[in-house]
Write a protein that binds this ligand. Sequence first.
Ligand code: BES
Ligand code: ZN
Length: 607
Amino acid sequence: MASSVAAPFNLPADPHSHAGNSPVRVRHLVLDLTVDFDSRTLAGSATWHLANPGAAQEAVFDTRDLAIELVEGLNASGQTGPVEYSLGEANPILGQALRVALGAETTALRISYRTAPAAAALQWLAPAQTAGTQPFLFTQSQAILARTWLPCQDSPGIRFTYEARVRVPAHLLALMSAENPQQRNATGEYHFRMAQPIPAYLMALAVGDLAFAPLSSRTGIYAEPATLPGATHEFADLENMVAAAEQLYGPYRWDRYDLLVLPPSFPFGGMENPRLTFVTPTILAGDRSLTSLVAHELAHSWSGNLVTNATWNDFWLNEGFTVYFERRIMEHLYGREYADMLQVLGRDALHHTIEEIGVASPDTHLHLALAGRDPDEGLTEIAYEKGCALLLTLESLIGRVRLDTFIKEYFARFSFQAMDTATFLHYLRAELLDKEPGLEARLNLATWVDGPGLPTNAPAVTSRRFEAVDHTLAQLQAGAAPAALLPLTAAWSSHEWVHFLHGLPPTLPAGQLAAIDATFHFTASGNAEILAAWFPHTLRAGYEAAEPALKNFLRHIGRRKFLVPLYRALLAAPNGLQRARNIYTEARPNYHSVATGTLDALLSGRT
Ligand code: BES
Ligand code: ZN
């Protein structure tokens, strides 16, 4: 069975990489970089050892906004000499192809370069944008931004191991998606090694005033010193999560699993950089209520980092499996009722997204067609929640035992390899569907993968705890005073509150919001998910008491998932464009390019 599955070299061409079609592939990287906060540049060299130099005439790399200073060829005995290269036409999304001529003896290429101060992957933070007194730098490479900080074959189907030497100001610590130091040294020079092959989108670097606290022998937290105690409290279950994940789907293949808590401008909730997940501080709620995000990034250590989407059209293979896996971890640790709440919130978000994109849009297919577009456009709930829903459907048809066996074998069989949708379907048929007459028809597989919307055979998801919330909402709507509901809400988690806020009628007048706020204190909440669900109500109603908290939120938090709906709600409010632009002008320097890219368009009226 397995032998009939296509090898990675038969994968579809990657429409988002110039290097995807390079006859020569990289195998190992030696990165040597100096981090200069004054000029906001990284400068140094990337030495690429080639997998198959053979008879090929050239090697192709992706670059975007890089200044290439010199390219040298290395032969097997390490001798070097400058070689010819050319940079192709600049494409605003894909950047420029770097084509390097290969001599007969060339086994490696050393590319000396520097980054642009506005490099899209990098965010350079002033001390005031951190929790401390030092500057901070971090990268965000997914989907195709690695090429803005190193010349690379920036296609998820191409993997390499790496080692790096990074020089930073002596009082700062550098960390990568690799074996990491646990404390600062006096020289400011750090060495890294990633022994397992990874694609370029998992390259990561962070530099700042960072401290480390161990949680178990293989897990721990890096954070700014002021953030570290709260973070170690929040993620106390980290080792249990890794153990639960291993119990479900096989051994953790990356040795250590550490978290890095970033400053609040981090544009995502989390990023699964191998060995070192990057997370937003907005999940530090104080009550461990938002840790499913960590389970999600941890699950990527299998779905995504071990078995990797071959192109961004196959993104659902990364995210759909990861969402399913995340909820299995949460169920394992906290029970079915807890996981059910996450499923319902996810399904609600999916319906909302389908409505937004349009129920007939091809962008609601699992298998996407992103050629010619920024792969960022594929970053919707479709990949996440429709992908998860497909696995739930399969679970409902074959049962968990068989599904778990299948998934575990899938991760083992394709470890450290790329996977595209067609190959996955082939494997799924061979391992499961073809073994049982009628199963594929009952699954309705083709409709899931190449059809729009949510297929009707998706199992309904329900939550007993949310039914209690709905009951409370009904009482409120029937005229109960908010304070009278307190006995019902006393034990609610933030998930129940978010469901409650989603269920509040969108037409509540400011006076009623004031009464609700006086009882439940949403405006003063320290939970970012609750605030993000509350502010759309306050904006619609013109409830001004929430305005300072909203402004504070938008000024400090750079997580795009919160910013986009909040700016949209602001735009829809009276005098919205002016108010939104006023806040944005002030807040924009605190946002990463990943967020400003989206918000610039939104606030210019282009989307
Ligand atoms: N890998 C993604 C983040 C990502 C995807 C960045 C595509 C750039 C391009 C990460 O695992 C993720 O999904 N993060 C989510 C959190 C999750 C709990 C849904 C996020 O950041 O909101
Ligand atoms: Zn993810």
